[in-house]
Write a protein that binds this ligand. Structure first.
Ligand SMILES: Cc1ncc(COP(=O)(O)O)c(C=O)c1O
Length: 362
């Protein structure tokens, strides 16, 4: 939380790039002028032992936080989650002609489209008919697919899997918008990826957690920077890494550990979501279209009775220090994102404002 011009608190509900923890921002301010021998971390070689040590520590802390088993490699890659839409089939198809994709919203649909350049990407379940407001009830998995791709939390449509889909193959999951919000059963996964600018820091770096047994099978055309095996062998430094984004990720992971780790975070995530859903469900003015069992705890879209009221709502919210509540252009309306850096006070301020607005304009 920072403050507005009239010193009222300011809360940023943007879906990403998203708010950072205040403690992380303060540490960045302190570190920027002089992180190592009078230079900032942005100005020194990534090969320096001090940087190598930092990246090792970040991996160790991330492993502790998520309880990542030894049989998984942790890679720090370029290109955002979108690049993983290509990197996954390039690395994991291993000669297979098709791969299974579950489509529950904008991002999983795009993952399927991007994968179609490399194989027959099979849509094994889709909730598009219901405008992506639910989760699939069944899947038509193919025999030949080496993995099943799904998006654990659809950032735009506000749809989240409470438990991973049942399947007898390795799951590959895009967790860009809900990583670090719950503990994971790694025995179900072949690979998990998340770009950093929502819950892991800032854009520029993507965490890829991949089963070591799946390494070394990349298509020969795979660019070296997208080759998981090469990244693993080269400690994610196959070329100049995005050092600053990596360092910020380290600060966020430290902060999450200090918050009490995943047990404390999961509890807070649930509390924050409950506050807003309770208000929406008790109101005839606000509406969330997603089936209750499919609702995201992190990205909560909501509509008002008319677009005019939505515009007024967004303008007044901005004036009150409640920033970036506009819904994605694909769905319109409003959306509140509650990443870990959003304090519960921010959610309470939003809920209070929504109550006031309904009274004034409902
Ligand atoms: C679930 C999900 N997947 C993928 C992406 C694309 O991420 P990036 O911009 O890092 O490529 C986003 C971006 O918002 C997202 O929310």
């Amino acid at each position: 939380m920072t403050t507005t011009n009239n010193s009222a608190p300011l809360y940023n509900f943007g879906a990403g790039p998203a708010c950072l923890p205040q403690a992380v921002l303060a540490q960045i301010r302190e570190d920027i002028p002089n992180w190592y021998e009078g230079m900032s971390i942005m100005e020194i070689s990534h090969r320096l032992p001090v940087v190598m040590k930092l990246t090792e520590k970040i991996e160790a802390n991330l492993r502790t936080l998520l309880a990542i088993p030894e049989e998984f490699a942790v890679l720090f890659m370029h290109g955002g989650a979108r690049t993983q839409f290509s990197a996954v089939p390039l690395n994991l198809l291993n000669g297979a002609a098709e791969a299974d994709y579950i489509v529950t919203g904008h991002w999983s649909n795009l993952a399927l489209k991007d994968a179609s350049a490399y194989c027959k990407a099979e849509c094994v379940a889709s909730t598009s008919e219901g405008q992506f407001t639910s989760l699939p009830s069944h899947y038509r998995f193919t025999e030949a697919s080496p993995y099943i791709h799904y998006t654990d939390n659809e950032t735009i449509h506000g749809v989240e899997f409470a438990t991973p889909p049942e399947a007898d193959k390795w799951l590959v999951s895009d967790m860009t918008s809900n990583i670090l919000t719950k503990s994971l059963d790694f025995s179900r996964y072949g690979l998990i990826y998340a770009s950093a600018q929502k819950n892991l820091g800032i854009a520029g770096i993507t965490v890829v957690i991949v089963r070591k047994s799946l390494l070394g099978k990349a298509h020969p055309f795979t660019p070296p920077t997208l080759n998981y095996e090469l990244c693993f062998q080269n400690h994610s430094m196959i070329n100049t890494p995005p050092v600053f984004s990596w360092y910020v990720l380290g600060l966020v992971v430290d902060w999450a550990l200090q918050m009490g780790g995943l047990t404390a975070i999961t509890k807070q995530v649930a509390e924050k979501a409950k506050l807003l859903y309770e208000l929406i469900d008790a109101s005839d003015f606000y509406h969330n279209p997603v089936a209750i069992e499919a609702r995201s705890r992190i990205n909560i879209p909501f509509r008002l009775p008319s677009e005019m009221q939505e515009s007024l709502f967004l303008a007044e919210a901005e004036k009150n220090g409640l920033k970036q509540l506009k819904g994605h252009k694909v769905v319109g309306g409003c959306r509140a994102s509650f990443y870990n850096a959003m304090p519960i006070e921010g959610v309470k301020a939003l809920v209070d404002f929504m109550r006031y607005f309904e009274k004034a304009h409902g």
